[in-house]
Design a protein around this ligand. Structure first.
Ligand code: FES
Ligand code: FES
Length: 191
């Protein structure tokens, strides 16, 4: 299984925040950030001007204010990876990221991953080809994390894929297909 250990999931989450240098929601709340703020987000190339509570997570901004519901709310605590999106090409858990922190950065969600002509990204196609989903709830986060995993150079072996995807849980247990899909798509993305 890719992510059967909570400790591994915690480590992956911490690693993402270290990589992005982003302030987490809990950190901002502890710093007393409150009130409404004007926040401009660039998501999938489109600019959105929002007036939101300063404590609004990026996940809630995407889902509730912009209407992009691809990123899913699983745990809302940084433990499951269902809310994974890219900020400047790097994967982050959007439930623990403030929307305000994403201002001035390029946010990409599963809705913006494919080509402008509607073509699927190779990772999306690989998930279909390998039956890498059952209910599909975790799938957008799995795919966004998997694309970043390949770009990071962490998809060179099955062990690497399992380790660097350990922050993305699948309650349906579709891990065998997920790993196979990433291995397949990695070759096509790098080829
Ligand atoms: S909903 Fe964000 S990590 Fe679970
Ligand atoms: S496919 Fe159902 S949670 Fe992953």
């Amino acid at each position: 299984m890719i992510a059967s250990r909570r400790g591994s999931s915690d480590t992956a989450t911490r690693r993402r925040h270290e990589m992005t240098g982003m302030v987490t929601l809990s950190q901002a709340q502890s710093q007393g950030a409150t009130g409404r703020h004007s926040v401009t987000l660039t998501v999938n190339g489109a600019v959105h001007a929002l007036s939101i509570d300063a404590r609004t997570s990026l996940l809630d901004a995407l889902r509730e204010h912009i209407g992009l519901t691809g990123a899913k709310k699983g745990c809302d605590h940084g433990q499951c990876g269902a809310c994974t999106v890219h900020v400047d090409g790097r994967r982050i858990v959007s439930c623990l990221t403030l929307a305000a922190q994403a201002q001035g950065h390029e946010v990409t969600t599963i809705e913006g991953l494919g080509g402008d002509d509607g073509a699927l990204h190779p990772m999306q196609q690989a998930f279909i080809d390998h039956d890498a989903l059952q209910c599909g709830y975790c799938t957008p986060g799995q795919i966004m994390s998997a694309v970043a995993c390949v770009h990071e150079g962490h998809a060179g072996s099955l062990d690497d894929i399992r380790e660097y995807m350990s922050g993305n849980l699948c309650r349906c247990g579709a891990y065998v297909g997920i790993v196979a899909a990433i291995e397949d798509a990695a070759v096509k993305m790098q080829g």
